[in-house]
Each structure stands twice: as C-alpha cells, then as structure tokens.
Design a protein around this ligand. Structure first.
Ligand SMILES: Cc1ncc(C[n+]2csc(CCOP(=O)(O)OP(=O)(O)O)c2C)c(N)n1
Length: 660
C-alpha cells in the first residue's frame, strides 16, 4: 500500500521522538506538533534540491523555533540531503554531530541559518526576503524568484525582535515571506495564558500582513492556506492551531512535551496511538521512497532554472556568480590604492565617521552588492552617501535601507541578507546601542557572516549627550566575542584600510568603531601595505629600543602622539603603536608582537573606553589610561581633562613609572 499523508508526517514524528529519546535530551513537542504543516510544505510547495542545497533560487526554509531542530534534521534526512544520514540523526546532540542541539548554519547542508535564540530566525527571514527582492531587481525574476518560509513558535513572537522585524516586513510589503505560527499555546512555563494576551490577527494586520488561521493538523487547510499566500501582495502569517507533542497520550498539549525526552514507556504509547509499528530509526522503504521522490522534484526545478541561467549572456552570469561567491570586483584593489593616495594627499582632519563616509562615497558605485543602512541615525553614522538609493516597498532597486529605530531587527536582517548571498550588508547605529542588537551580532560571529557593523560615537568623545550615550564597556565586550574583528581606526587612511579588511573578510563579521569628533590625520608615510592588517603597528618612533611604548587606538592615537612629542622634549625615548584591531594583532607571529610591543620597555595603553583587556598588552608592570566609570555630560575637552585622558597625564605617568 502506498504511504498516505499521515505516514509521511509520522516519519518526522518518530525520527524526532527516537532521536530525542536516544540523546535523552531535546525537544520532541514541536516536531510532533508541526509535522503535518512541514509535510504539506515540503510535499507540495517548497522548491529545493537536496542534491544541490545551495541552488541560489531555492525557497528558503527557516526553523526559527530552533529548539525543534529534530523537525529540520528529519526533513533533510528524509528528502535525501547528503549532509544528514540516519547515523547523524542517531548522534543527535553528540559531539561534532551535524545534528546539534539547535540548528547550526553550515553552507550547502540545508541548514539555512543558526537558530535557537528565539526570534532570530524570524529576523533572518526578513533579511532573506529583502535580499530576494533586491536580487530579483538586479537579475530579473527568471533568475531570482523564490519564497522564504518560516516556522515560528509562541516564544518567537513574544521576543521583542519579532515585533521589530515583523513590523518592518509589513512596511516593505515582503509578499514572498510566509510564516507558519506554531500556535500551540504552550511554552516552557505552561500555558501562554500566563504571559501573553496579544490578538495575533490584529497584531499582524496592523503591521500590514495577511493573516490566516487554520487547523495545523488538517492537510487540506494547510495546503489551501499556503496556496492563498503564494498570490498575496503582503507578507503572510499562517496561524496553525496545533497540539504540542501530538500523538502522545499523556503529554500532548502540555508543556511536558516541550523540552525533554518523552520516556520509554510514553514512546511506546505514542507508537500504539499513531499505529507506528517500526523500530526506532527505522523508516519503512515505501515511506522513505515517497519522501525521496519529494526531494527529487527539486532536481527538475533546478534543471529548468539552469537552462534559463545558461541562456543569459556571459556578463550577467559572471556578475551573478561573482556576487553569490562573495568575490570583490577585479578593480577593487586599484580603487583602494587610488583612494589611499588621494586621502594621503588631502590629509583631512575629520571625524572617522566622516572618513568612513568618504570611503563609502568612493566604493559604493563599484560595489553593487553593498547594501547599507542605519537604525535611524544615517546622518550621524554617515552611512549614506550621495550614491545611496533608498529601498522601499515599491523600489528594491536601491542600496540603502532605513531600518527605523530597530537596531536588533537591523542586525538580524543583515544576517539574513548575508546568508541569502549576493549582498554585503552594512548597518549603523551608535556604539552604545550595541546593547540593542548584540544577540544578532553574536550570531553573525557564530555563523561567520560577512556583515559590517558601523558603530559611530564610539567613546566619551561624543560629549554632551552624556553617559547614556557614551559607550564604556562596549569595546571590551565586542573584543571578547570570538570570530569578530573589532576595528577602531585612527585617521582616514586607517579607516580606508579597515573598510578594505572588512570587505575582504568573507567568513568573519566586522565592527568599525568610529569617532563623532574630529581627529587629526596621523599617517606619516604612504605605503602600499595595509598597515591595519597587522592589527597594531609603529606609527611613531625615533630611536631603537625606546624606554616607553604607548599603545592606543582610534581617537586617542593623537593623545599618544602628543605625549610622544612631549616626552621627546624631555629626552625620554618612546614610541607609539596604533592598534586599530586587537584581533588581527593577536594573530601576528610572536616575533612581530614582541618587536611591536618592545619587550623591554614599559607600556601604557590609552583608550577612552574600559581598560579591561589592555593588561595583556601592557603587562603587569604597565598602565592603562581609560575609563573605570560611566562618562559624564559635558563638552569633549572637559571630559578628556576630567577623566585624565590627556597627553600631559601620559607624560606624568611615564615619568613616575620611570622614576624620573
Ligand atoms: C531568546 C531565548 N530565550 C529563551 C529561550 C529558552 N526557550 C527555549 S524554547 C522556549 C519557549 C518555548 O515555547 P514556544 O516558543 O511556544 O515553543 P514550544 O513549547 O511550542 O515548542 C524558551 C523560553 C530561547 N531559546 N531563546
């Protein structure tokens, strides 16, 4: 007998139940509850090719409720992705298994993004849907025309980021976005009645979404709702009324189905109830065959697409491939070189946020993949240029996004755009508002995405706005995140170099911290080398073996240089190291680091930020000038004096340390 719909859905349920049972940890409730929705989606609608998970025009499928990861792994295994074998499923949650506790993004596996922190997947999906619209405008709907599907849970929609991201998706009328809400009314603490009374229809309709509500266990209703969404002019929310832990006699509909193995005896009862007679991890041939057929449908889809692609002229194909493969244009290095010379000749004394704008001004037209934006601080972050064309619901042919005051969604959306491919996103806010987007930034780093964060107003140097706006601990915090480059350039040349490095870092996100205040041009010699690529380098030195090494970054390099000059007058030999990127400096050879840090000198760091972390460069005998408290509201000059971030103080400290 050929398998019926319920057999297909039950294959997901039992793979999930058995994997969680074997691991003795995980979340069986969601896969059991959403198996029917997922089966309809994959069987009839989702366009994907398990033989080529990276096919660029595939529909994207995001499991935002990442705790239900076994749903995704089951689907990938059943439809024939090479990335996930039955052994991998048996190794769910074991060391190095692709079937990790929560889905972890890996290219070419079918795992489109890392989810688990609730709400993130939703914001990623908005980024993917935006990217789809942008790429469609660039290359035409014959090459790019796909949907972005999401499964999200109660928890996803309770998170603040979902409000930001869904609101923005409605604003942009992202019609190709289809979100299934696993509306099971259960979260960890019990009924969602404990904590939420939102009217979801009103909520989503007010965002400008289309809203449908269905029985999430009824094949026909699910299918009809998806069909309707396909022709929608708005983003789509399909609220699926489901039962968490569907099929479990004692745990269905209860939070006990959420986050722990069902237990051997309950698993037996589910088998009985759902009439599943097969052993753990055994999927009957006919059912597996039926699932594989679903996977094969996508091969034909891609073949058709490939024919269309092949007929495009070579220039279009080359550009398409360049963008997807994340390669910079051939003339990029020449562009940077020319710009460097121009900046060097000009020697501008400007805020580094303005330097960043000058860099963007020059490169934007040559990099159509660069999609900028700001969380309502464009004029302050200097993220827009005269070449910026605003993206809005009726024009995706632009290169600039006004995210509104939505820092968290902005970061999650940038992750989604980078994951989609074809786009290098950069977005701005004040450094202090890192606090409002950090969870997504952390995921940029965890996934290794080329996302560029422009954080201006990077110290007390912003002045009168006061301690609420003055970042203190933020640089130290950012520097503690693995796989993230934190740049803090000292002048226009370093700003250009840091941008170059960020654009060339394909698997590591970058933060470029920029000053609000004017800073002097400090580069003395023009070199073809990207000096910032060393992370730290000598920017001033008069004789070998100086007694003192002053290490600094960004706007404080000028203080270090002033101190260097004053020390020279006092016949104290020092040198200045500009350290625009600690992460890159840490990667240099030990020899290089020792030469730069001048092993036998005393060391002083100067940065208008938390001193935390500088001890590893200045050592136990060294000193760090920086911030040990919150800032204050005052004009910048008074603040630097008040917090003793002055060259005179550096000189005094040096004399004291040298006993002079
Ligand atoms: C940002 C974030 N906070 C908390 C958690 C821990 N957590 C995992 S699932 C969950 C809620 C579960 O409820 P729901 O989202 O409705 O999922 P369901 O129980 O229906 O599977 C929580 C709080 C998380 N994963 N992410």
């Amino acid at each position: 007998m050929s398998p019926v719909f319920k057999d297909l859905a039950n294959a997901i349920r039992f793979l999930s139940i058995d994997a969680v049972q074997k691991a003795n940890s995980g979340h069986p409730g969601l896969p059991m509850g959403m198996a029917d929705v997922a089966t309809v989606l994959f069987k009839y609608y989702l366009r994907f090719n398990p033989k080529n998970p990276s096919w660029q025009n595939r529909d994207r499928f995001i499991l935002s409720a990442g705790h239900g990861s076994m749903l995704l792994y089951s689907l990938l295994y059943l439809t024939g992705y090479k990335s996930i074998s039955i052994k991998d499923i048996q190794n769910f949650r074991k060391l190095n298994s692709i079937c990790a506790g929560h889905p972890e993004y890996e290219e070419n596996t079918g795992i489109e993004t890392t989810t688990g922190p609730l709400g993130q997947g939703l914001s990623n999906s908005v980024g993917m849907a935006i990217a789809e619209e942008i790429m469609k405008k660039k290359f035409g709907s014959s090459l790019i025309n796909h949907k972005t599907y999401v499964i999200a849970s109660d928890g996803d929609f309770m998170e603040g980021i979902s409000h930001e991201a869904m609101s923005f998706a409605g604003h942009l009328k992202l019609k190709n976005l289809i979100v299934f809400f696993d509306n099971n009314k259960i979260s960890i603490d019990g009924s969602t009645k404990l904590s939420v009374s939102d009217n979801y229809r009103k909520r989503f309709e007010s965002y400008g979404w289309s809203f449908q509500e269905i029985n999430g266990h009824d094949e026909k209703q699910i299918s009809k709702a998806i069909k309707k969404s396909l022709n929608s002019k708005k983003p789509n929310l399909i609220s699926c009324k489901t039962i968490i832990g569907y099929g479990s006699p004692n745990k269905a509909g209860k939070s006990s189905a959420h986050g722990a193995a069902l237990g051997e005896s309950e698993v037996k009862l589910v088998r009985k109830k759902l009439k599943w007679k097969h052993d753990p991890f055994e999927i009957p041939k006919e059912i597996l065959h039926e699932w594989k057929k679903i996977g094969e449908r996508g091969m034909l889809e891609e073949k058709k697409w490939k024919k269309i692609y092949n007929k495009k002229n070579q220039k279009i194909k080359d550009e398409f491939t360049r963008l997807i493969k994340n390669k910079l244009p051939k003339n990029f290095d020449i562009l940077i070189k020319k710009q460097k010379k121009k900046f060097f000749d000009l020697k501008p004394n400007i805020a580094s946020r303005q330097s960043s704008a000058s860099v963007l001004e020059e490169i934007t037209n040559s990099l159509p993949e660069l999609i900028g934006g700001s969380a309502d601080l464009s004029g302050s972050n200097n993220t827009n240029t005269k070449h910026s064309i605003i993206i809005n619901s009726s024009n995706f042919k632009g290169n600039y996004i006004h995210y509104g005051v939505r820092e968290h969604a902005m970061a999650g959306i940038m992750n989604g755009m980078a994951l989609h491919k074809g786009i290098i996103p950069y977005g701005g806010t004040f450094l202090v508002f890192l606090d409002y987007c950090k969870p997504s930034l952390r995921l940029s780093a965890l996934m290794g995405l080329k996302v560029i964060y422009i954080f201006s107003h990077d110290s007390i140097g912003l002045g009168e706005d006061g301690p609420t706006h003055q970042p203190i601990e933020h640089l130290a915090h950012l520097r503690s995140i693995p796989n993230l480059n934190v740049f803090r350039p000292a002048d226009t040349i370093e700003t250009l170099e840091c941008w170059e490095l960020a654009l060339k870092s394909n698997d590591i996100p970058s933060v470029i911290a920029l000053s609000r205040q004017k800073i002097p041009f400090v580069t003395e010699t023009l070199t073809q080398k990207n000096m910032s690529s060393f992370g730290g380098y000598e920017i001033r030195k008069n004789i070998p073996n100086p007694e003192v090494t002053l290490i600094s970054s960004g706007s404080e390099v000028k203080i270090a240089i002033e101190a260097f000059e004053k020390l020279k007058d006092l016949k104290i030999n020092s040198k200045v190291v500009s350290m625009p990127c600690q992460e890159l400096f840490n990667k240099q050879s030990q020899d290089y680091r020792e030469i730069i840090l001048e092993k036998n000198s005393i060391k002083i760091s100067i940065e208008a930020s938390s001193v935390h972390g500088w001890e590893k460069y200045v050592g136990t005998e060294g000193a760090s000038l920086g911030m040990k408290s919150f800032g204050k509201s005052a004009p910048i000059k008074d603040l630097y004096e008040h917090f003793k971030l002055t060259s005179n103080n550096v000189v005094e400290l040096t004399k004291k340390m040298l006993g002079k």
